[in-house]
Design a protein. Structure first.
Length: 540
């Protein structure tokens, strides 16, 4: 049989302005050889025609620039979130709408566990619940002689029972930042950010690494991605021990439907993280791209742990928590820039964005150099001035558009107020500043689904169906560009993926509808029928 396959479709939307739409694409050795009509590859030799996509619309494989591998394996814990959610196998989990439903759901889950296993829930979000704040008292009702932990949907906070607090010795005398105490001086069970949470996670064996690096976890992630039309995805805070990399290299073979970009979480000694990133870069393959690092600066806005500029939070909540102190952010930026290592920097609050830009500017003053493409991630409160600075410094941005729908109403009422909420996730300002932008889900914080994410950036609807900040809406074509070429750019993969162009990888999303011709309000519902990865068809 010929080694050239010509795929036919109702329409290939190429995202390449030179040939925006074609009906046929020829593939050889996993790469795009030619495109146009049925005869497009005839001059290259004998061809084989594949009509499996003939009734579909095809786009470049979607690119998710900020997600976490545990989006697959986190389902081994009890889902106790507010929103309905689909698991990797396609099962629907109903959202839990009040505190007692959460406690009941967790108790039911506990009955199915062995007695020595900790009871762990995830996806919880008290900002949607009218009832009093969840505390150890509620969790003690489920059990007082085994540990219980509920991880919040943002993965920046958790609540644990009294037994778990005792296991790590958190009591009225603890002065660890983020261990929240009641007026009586005793811990409430709520733990905010990494310094407070890590001891519990260690003792309970809640291990983001373990949720990310087993073969099952990687395969579950691929399943989640495939359902969403994604062919290239990140794992944007990975510990990547040597054993983990061996496992990932073994799983991500030619048949694997996904390219993974794991990004090394760097919280600590800059030199050793830079050394490790360089070592990892050398082990990269087509399907596994390593070498970048992730910095975690502040927390989450809906958890009131993001660092925000004046006037701070509504209701006078304290101004957030640094997961990495500004001084260390400066050191990390200086080292990575000096070594030519790309950084992805988590910035939710505008103060975190400002400090990170200051640190990048200082690093560039020491080691000027172009093409670093450091990426600010989330960028939720970045205003025009911060985007202009990011552009001046040669950075790009990946914006958390899903937040508008999931938390927009809460940001108006409870965290930032109308004025700042209306300019959250300001994709229009970012484009106007001349930046390359991507849009993301941060799965499993919100569900993976680039069409939903694009829909959020286009329509800016909240859960109560109001339009939040219409001045920041994108057009459909701008949003589709952001979830393909824009995201590829932030990963320095734009020469290889992101559009259907000769020479690029034959990575496609197979669709049941044409996102460029439907009502923009229907964008989130475009059916994904499967993907093509390196020329191999993976139908759902
Ligand atoms: Zn994240």
């Amino acid at each position: 049989m010929s080694n050239i396959t010509v795929f036919a479709a109702k329409k290939f939307i190429t995202m390449d302005p030179n040939t925006p739409e074609v009906t046929h694409v020829a593939v050889r050795d996993g790469r795009i050889l030619a495109l146009g009509g049925k005869e497009c590859a005839n001059e290259w030799g004998s061809v084989h025609h594949d009509d499996r996509l003939a009734d579909t619309i095809v786009m470049p494989g979607l690119v998710e620039g900020h997600a976490h591998m545990m989006a697959g394996a986190v389902w081994k814990y009890a889902y106790v979130g507010y929103h309905d959610r689909i698991d990797p196998s396609g099962n629907l989990w109903r959202g839990l709408k009040d505190g007692s439903a959460v406690v009941a759901g967790l108790a039911e889950f506990a009955d199915r566990l062995d007695f020595d296993e900790p009871i762990v829930g995830w996806g919880f979000d008290p900002i949607f619940l009218a009832s009093e704040r969840l505390s150890r008292i509620h969790l003690d009702e489920i059990s007082s002689d085994r540990p219980i932990a509920i991880i919040f949907s943002n993965f920046h906070l958790m609540c644990v029972n009294s037994y778990a607090l005792e296991m790590v010795g958190y009591d009225q005398h603890s002065n660890v930042e983020g261990v929240i105490k009641a007026p009586d001086g005793l811990p409430t069970g709520e733990l905010q950010e990494m310094a407070a949470m890590f001891p519990i996670m260690r003792r309970l064996g809640i291990d983001f690494r373990g949720l990310s690096q087993s073969p099952d976890a990687i395969l579950a992630y691929a399943q989640v991605a495939q359902r969403a039309g994604v062919t290239t995805i990140t794992d944007l805070f990975s510990s990547m021990e040597d054993d983990d990399v061996d496992v990932m290299l073994r799983i991500t073979n030619d048949n694997f439907p996904l390219r993974i970009v794991p990004v090394l979480g760097a919280m600590g000694d800059p030199v050793s993280f830079a050394d490790k990133a360089e070592r990892l870069a050398k082990r990269s393959t087509d399907k596994l791209r390593m070498g970048a690092v992730k910095l975690m600066t502040d927390g989450s806005i809906q958890g009131w742990t993001a660092r925000v500029r004046w006037p701070g939070y509504l209701g006078g909540q304290p101004n957030g928590i640094w997961n990495t102190e500004p001084e260390m952010i400066y050191s990390l930026c200086a080292e990575m820039q000096a070594r030519g290592i790309q950084m992805h920097i988590h910035v939710n609050g505008d103060q975190a964005a400002e400090v990170s830009l200051d640190a990048i500017q200082a690093a560039l003053a020491l080691n000027p150099g172009q093409g670093h493409r450091h990426v600010l991630q989330h960028c939720q409160m970045m205003d025009r001035d911060l985007y202009e600075r990011a552009a001046e410094l040669g950075c790009c941005v990946n914006i958390f558009s899903n937040h508008i729908w999931y938390f927009g109403d809460q940001h108006v009422a409870l965290t930032l107020g109308e004025g700042r909420a209306a300019r959250m996730d300001a994709a229009r300002s970012a484009l106007d500043a001349g930046l390359h932008i991507a849009l993301h889900s941060d799965a499993p914080v919100t569900p993976l689904g680039p069409f939903f994410t694009a829909w959020c950036a286009v329509n800016r609807r909240t859960m109560s169906d109001r339009v939040l900040g219409s001045a920041q809406c994108l057009s459909v074509s701008e949003a589709l560009y952001a979830i393909t070429m824009g995201a590829a750019y932030t990963l320095k993969l734009d020469a290889e993926i992101g559009s259907i162009s000769v020479g690029k990888r034959a990575d496609f999303a197979i669709l049941g509808d044409d996102p460029t011709s439907i009502d923009p309000m229907a964008l989130k519902d475009v059916p994904v029928l499967g993907t093509v990865s390196g020329g191999r068809v993976h139908l759902l």
